[in-house]
Design a protein. Structure first.
Length: 207
């Protein structure tokens, strides 16, 4: 019987960073099922740098996430101009998944901390390279693999799949069993609720 918990998330989603402690607590305390990742994608087609209004809107959102989750977020996004588009980051994450043959939780956390807590532009070449080397990979190799067509197709399929499961809010918690996937929760969950939700689902007679 094949069962796993899948987290629909994104490296540039502030609520996903806010829920990181809940996810990590569940991963460490629930060992009866494996955990996986699917990336929903943030502004995948955006090409213009974040403007003044967008920066103010994000600052307000980050303040709300910090208040609700008690997670560390900077007062505002990075000061330098950047395009608020997670497509490349998702491709890099998928490249590391392929190299490690495992969900890239460590790299995801590094990207999130860099962007949200440290307010550094994680989409910048040098900053992204640091995140990659921090998890023990060669940045040039990973970035080259991230350009592979198959990786791009996987990212696009993952984003489409995340939406098809009803994940209108990121992060979302999914239960996959025997090839069938259902949504357990969409949006922020604190650690006790996260663990209770998962334990209830995997204890269900249908699973």
């Amino acid at each position: 019987m094949s069962t796993k918990i899948v987290i629909a998330t994104d490296p540039m989603c502030s609520w996903c960073w806010g829920m990181a402690p809940s996810i990590d607590a569940a991963r460490s305390q629930i060992d009866s099922v494996p955990f996986d990742l699917v990336f929903g994608g943030i502004n995948l087609h955006s090409t213009q740098p974040l403007g003044r209004y967008g920066r103010m809107r994000l600052a307000r959102l980050w303040a709300e996430v910090a208040e609700v989750t008690q997670q560390s977020l900077a007062a505002a996004p990075p000061a330098e101009a950047f395009v608020y588009n997670s497509a490349r980051l998702c491709r890099v994450l998928e490249a590391v998944r392929e190299l490690d043959d495992a969900p890239p939780f460590e790299l995801l956390r590094g990207m999130q901390k860099t962007f949200f807590a440290d307010a550094r532009n994680v989409t910048a070449e040098g900053v992204l390279a640091e995140c990659i080397t921090d998890v023990g990979h060669d940045a040039d190799r990973v970035m080259a693999l991230a350009l592979d067509r198959a990786i791009g197709e996987r990212v696009a399929a993952g984003a489409q799949a995340a939406r098809s499961y009803g994940t209108h809010a990121l992060p979302s918690v999914l239960l996959e069993h025997e090839g069938q996937t259902r949504l357990l929760a969409g949006g922020y969950l604190d650690p006790p609720t996260m663990m209770s939700t998962i334990r209830t689902a995997i204890a269900d007679d249908d699973y």
